[in-house]
Design a protein around this ligand. Structure first.
Ligand code: FAD
Ligand code: MLT
Ligand code: ZN
Length: 470
C-alpha cells in the first residue's frame, strides 16, 4: 500500500514497524484482555515528522490510534479495524525544566518517572504518582486526565497542566504551550484535549506545574473497622494536620491477604486482623508530630483500631509495596472485573457497602478487592474470579458492572474517576450520559475531527453509528 511505503520512507527503519510479530506488543493492552490489529506502527521522533504522519494518514483516509506507555485501563490505545498505531515512544525530550518558573515542558513520550527525576534534579517536585509511573507517558496521562495516589493534595493531571502542544487531525499544530498561571483570553482549549483520550488530536508536548520538594514524609498503615470509620479518620486527619495529607488510600482485608500471599517481600504491618486498612501520608516539617496527633484523635474516637508509623524509608516503602502489590497480584486469583468509580466523599461508605453486597450476592465464590484513593472519593471496586468458574464469571461481568455503576450513579457518582472511558466503557458512558451533554461532546468531536479519524470508537461510538442514531 502506498501509505505504508511513504511512512517507511518518512520514518526509516527505527520509526516504522509493519511486521506482525514486532507489532504484537503494541496491539494488546497491558492486561492482555484487549487485542487488535494495526496496519502498522509509526514512531515519529520529532513533531514535524508526527505532523507528516497525520497528514499522510488523513490523505489515505486511515484512522489513527495514539499510544503512549500502553498502561491504560480502558483499552483506548488498542488499534481497531486496521488503523495506524501512532506511538509517541520516540518523542521523549524534556524540552526545559524551569525552576524559577516552577514549570517543566516535556514531550508526549516522556515517561512519568523520568519527568519526576528531572524535577528532582533542580530541587522541584512533580506530584503525579501512580503504580504505572515507570511506563506511563505525559501524553497518555494528559489524555486520560490521570489521578493516582497524590491527587488528594495536588489534584489530577488537569490541575497540573499549564499549556499543551497538539497536532490536530488535519496535521496543523496548535501551539498552546503557555506557562501562564492566569490567562482569560477566550476559551481555554487545553481543557478540551485533557481527558480526550486521543479523540481530538495528538498531544505532542505539555508544560506542567512544579512544586517545592516535599519535606520528610510521615507515613502510617492503619487498621480501621469500616469504610465509614476511614472517612471519619480522613476528616480528623485533614483538620488536625492543617490539610497536610498527601495520600489517603484504602484497602479491604482481602487486598492485604492477596499481597501478603503473592507479592515478594510483603510483610503485614499490623499484628491483628482488620476489615479495612488506610495508608496515610503527611508532608510537613513536623509531619511525624502531626501524624501522631491525627492518630491519637482518630483512636480516641474509635475510628482507627491500630496503626504503625513508618520509622524509616524502608518501612514506608513496605507500605507502598502492599498498596501497589495488590494490582500486580490480582491476576493470581484468576480473571478480574475492575471498576473505577467516584462518589461524593460522604457517600463512599454507602457505595462500598452496597457494591460489596452486590458482588457477594451475584458471585459468592469470587473475592471483592476494594482499594483506591478514598481521600478523593475514588474507589476501585474490583472483583477477582477465585473459585467462580471462568464461563460464569465472564458471563456475569457486564451485568455486575452495570449494577456497580447503578449504585455509584444513584449516589451522585461517576463510572470513571481517573481511567477514562476508552473502548471498554463507551457504551455505558453513552447510555448514562445526559443527551444534551452527549450532543455537545459529539459536536466538539465533529468540529475538530470531521472525518472521525482520531481514535474512532473510543469515548464515543464511530460517526456512522452516531449519525444513524440522530
Ligand atoms: P496509553 O495507555 O498509551 O493511552 C491511554 C489513552 O490516551 C488512549 O486512549 C490513547 O489513545 C491516548 N493517548 C496516549 N498518548 C496520547 C497522546 N500523546 N495524544 C493523544 N492521546 C494519547 N491511572 C490513574 O489515573 N491512577 C492510577 O493510580 C493508576 N494506576 C495504575 C497502576 C497500574 C499498575 C497500571 C498498569 C495502570 C494504572 N493507571 C492509573 C492507568 C494508566 O497508567 C493511566 O491511564 C495513564 O495515564 C496511561 O498512560 P499511557 O502513557 O500508558 O497511555
Ligand atoms: C490503582 O489505583 O492502583 C489503579 O488505578 C489500579 C486499579 O484500578 O486496579
Ligand atoms: Zn487508581
Amino acid at each position: 500500500m502506498a501509505l505504508l511505503e511513504r511512512l517507511r520512507d518518512l520514518l526509516g527503519p527505527s520509526g516504522f514497524v509493519a511486521d506482525g510479530e514486532d507489532r504484537a506488543p503494541f496491539e494488546r493492552d497491558w492486561t492482555g484482555v484487549y487485542r487488535g490489529e494495526a496496519l502498522a506502527v509509526a514512531m515519529p521522533s520529532a513533531v514535524d515528522e508526527l505532523r507528516a504522519v497525520v497528514r499522510l494518514a488523513a490523505e489515505a483516509g486511515i484512522a489513527i490510534v495514539p499510544q503512549g506507555g500502553n498502561t491504560g485501563m480502558c483499552a483506548g490505545a488498542v488499534p481497531r479495524e486496521r488503523s495506524l498505531l501512532l506511538s509517541t515512544k520516540r518523542l521523549d525530550a524534556i524540552r526545559s525544566v524551569d525552576p524559577r518558573d516552577w514549570s517543566v515542558t516535556a514531550e508526549a513520550g516522556v515517561v512519568l518517572a523520568d519527568l519526576q527525576a528531572a524535577a528532582q534534579s533542580v530541587d522541584r517536585f512533580f506530584p503525579l504518582r501512580l503504580g504505572s509511573e515507570g511506563s506511563a507517558t505525559i501524553g497518555g496521562l494528559v489524555s486520560t486526565n490521570a489521578g493516582g495516589t497524590r491527587a488528594v493534595r495536588y489534584g489530577v493531571m488537569r490541575d497540573l497542566v499549564l499549556g499543551l502542544e497538539v497536532v490536530l487531525p488535519d496535521g496543523r499544530l496548535w501551539n498552546g504551550l503557555s506557562r501562564l498561571r492566569k490567562d482569560v483570553t477566550g476559551y481555554d482549549l487545553r481543557h478540551l484535549f485533557i481527558g480526550a483520550e486521543g479523540t481530538l488530536g495528538i498531544v505532542t508536548a505539555a508544560t506542567l506545574r512544579l512544586y517545592p520538594a516535599e519535606p520528610a514524609i510521615a507515613s502510617a498503615f492503619c487498621g480501621v473497622p469500616s469504610v465509614a470509620s476511614a472517612m471519619e479518620f480522613l476528616d480528623i486527619a485533614r483538620q488536625k494536620s492543617c490539610d497536610a495529607i498527601v495520600t489517603f488510600e484504602i484497602m479491604s482485608k482481602p487486598c492485604i491477604d492477596l499481597a501478603a500471599a503473592h507479592v515478594d517481600g510483603v510483610r503485614r504491618p499490623l499484628a491483628g486482623e482488620h476489615r479495612w486498612h488506610v495508608l496515610v501520608e503527611i508532608a510537613a516539617h513536623d509531619g511525624a508530630a502531626r501524624l501522631e496527633s491525627c492518630l491519637v484523635g482518630a483512636m480516641e474516637r474509635g475510628v482507627v483500631a491500630d496503626a504503625v508509623i513508618a520509622q524509616s524509608l524502608a518501612d514506608a516503602a513496605g507500605f507502598w509495596r502492599i498498596r501497589e502489590g495488590v494490582v500486580e497480584a490480582q491476576p493470581r486469583l484468576g480473571l478480574s472485573i475492575k471498576h473505577d468509580v467516584s462518589v461524593p466523599l460522604d457517600a463512599v461508605a454507602a457505595f462500598c457497602e452496597r457494591a460489596e453486597a452486590e458482588m457477594r450476592r451475584r458471585l459468592p465464590a469470587s473475592i471483592p478487592l476494594f482499594l483506591g484513593h478514598c481521600g478523593d472519593g475514588n474507589i476501585h471496586a474490583n472483583l477477582a474470579q477465585a473459585r467462580t468458574p471462568a464461563d460464569i464469571f465472564t458471563a456475569s461481568t457486564a451485568r455486575l458492572t452495570a449494577a456497580i455503576h447503578d449504585i455509584a450513579e444513584a449516589l451522585g457518582g461517576s463510572i470513571s474517576a481517573e481511567h477514562g472511558i476508552g473502548f471498554k466503557k463507551r457504551d455505558e458512558f453513552l447510555a448514562r450520559t445526559d443527551p444534551v451533554e452527549f450532543d455537545l461532546m459529539s459536536r466538539i468531536k465533529r468540529a475538530l475531527d470531521p472525518a472521525d479519524k482520531m481514535n474512532p470508537g473510543v469515548l464515543m461510538p464511530p460517526m456512522q453509528q452516531r449519525e444513524a442514531a440522530e
